[in-house]
Write a protein that binds this ligand. Structure first.
Ligand code: HSE
Length: 402
């Protein structure tokens, strides 16, 4: 029998406890032995909770208990999560988490510590919720040079954009629904402004390119600038608007960014609706591989966390192929320079747009409004053209044909 501890009894922690209990027979069978929760760490009181007897308030009890082999960090954020992760690894315990903020900021340090202590630091649930993507990228695609990764990495914003597109719901109402369903981060700014997707593309890119890529190196734009008007114009042109995280290898450098994109209604990403996530990874041998499924939510996240727990139990002092090296400051290039077509909505007349941009595809607009798609150009060129007396209401990249 293996004893584990769950740190934090919020959405993720309580989901982990619930699924471990409900599927205990199958989980033990797959792990080769029984997995027993010995402690749940949370400072709050849960009087009616069926697991009340397992609650502990002091991390020292857990870290000093030699019986605890695996710690599930479900606290979230940095602070205590970082301290307890470091101390658990130092004490020779494997750590499993869905905490993308911590992995994106401290991944290389924590992976190095885990390696030194011959334990595992696993975070499958940190990207894509219940969708397996970390392990396939790190293991199944390891023979490839990764040329590109892009995808819908945030369930909350995809839920909001879908609701706006399909039902004409206004932004704040759709956000409220996503929060009620437990998809959003405690502070929804991280979802709305793209920080959550940024952390996830950092983790995937660090794995793919072998060097730690920090969120601060990544140009990040969220969905607060996407209006119902843009969604309407995009639809008229045959596109949906999706928030994408994207990284692309350019020679020996990488461009990484997060921004809303127009994606063709004929592409796979356009039909990934609601809380679903989808990630496309392009390897130079395998070509495009697509992963999709429930990207957020209590039980999908618990599913991925527990798979990592089982993996850790089966490899208590072995198997550390999920890793990357420290940051190389010169690796990440300015993503503004990446070429693409652009969707632009302005308050300029059509003739002014044509004068500055040449031939474009108009979506519509009358009088002092024009929405259109440009030819291929980089962000600096778009900025230069727009500085010639055209006021921009919205501008988003158009994802190329894949
Ligand atoms: N807030 C995140 C999302 C949770 O909406 O995708 C899962 O990482």
């Amino acid at each position: 029998m293996i004893h584990i501890a769950v740190l934090g009894y919020g959405i993720v922690g309580s989901g982990v406890v619930q699924v471990l209990d409900k599927n205990s027979g199958r989980i033990s069978q797959n792990a080769g032995q029984e997995i027993k929760i010995k402690y749940i760490l949370d400072i709050r009181e849960f009087d009616d909770c069926p697991y009340k007897s397992l609650f502990a308030k002091d991390f020292e009890t857990i870290v000093n208990d030699p019986e605890i082999a695996v710690v599930v960090e479900a606290i979230g954020g940095i602070g205590a999560a970082l301290e307890y992760t470091r101390r658990s690894l130092e004490a020779g315990k494997s750590v499993v988490t869905s905490n993308k903020e911590l992995v994106a900021e401290y991944g290389s340090e924590l992976l190095k510590l885990a390696m030194e202590k011959e334990v595992n630091y696993l975070f499958e649930a940190s990207v894509g919720g219940g969708v397996p993507v970390i392990r396939p990228l790190a293991q199944c695609m390891t023979a490839n040079i990764i040329n590109e990764i892009y995808g819908i990495l945030n369930g909350t914003t995809n839920y909001i954009l879908t609701d706006m597109e399909k039902n004409g719901t206004d932004f704040s109402e759709a956000l409220h629904e996503a929060q009620k369903k437990g998809y959003a981060e405690s502070d929804p700014t991280a979802d709305i402004e793209g920080h959550d997707a940024c952390r996830k593309i950092c983790i995937l890119s660090s794995l793919a390119y072998g060097r730690h890529i920090f969120p601060r190196q990544v140009l990040t734009e969220g969905i607060s600038g996407v209006t119902l008007k843009d969604i309407h114009y995009a639809a008229k042109l045959g596109y949906a608007i999706k928030l994408l995280g994207r990284s692309r290898a350019i020679n020996d450098k990488v461009s990484v960014y997060v921004a809303p994109h127009l994606v063709s209604k004929h592409s796979l990403l356009a039909v990934i609706d609601g809380v679903m996530n989808a990630v496309v990874i392009r390897g130079n041998a395998v070509g495009n591989v697509v992963f999709c499924g429930a990207g957020a939510g209590k039980l999908p996240t618990a599913s991925a966390v527990i798979a990592d727990v089982i993996d850790a139990v089966k490899h208590l002092h072995a198997r550390r192929w999920i890793s990357w090296d420290e940051c190389d400051a010169g690796l990440v290039v300015d993503s503004t320079l990446l070429d693409s077509a652009w969707y632009i909505r302005t308050d300029a007349t059509r003739s002014k747009v044509e004068k500055e941009f040449g031939s474009v595809i108009f979506a519509g607009g009358t009088g002092n409004e024009a929405a259109f798609i440009t030819g291929v150009m980089n962000g600096t060129m778009v900025g230069d053209l727009l500085s010639r007396g055209i006021t921009v209401q919205s501008r988003f990249r158009v994802l190329g044909d894949y």
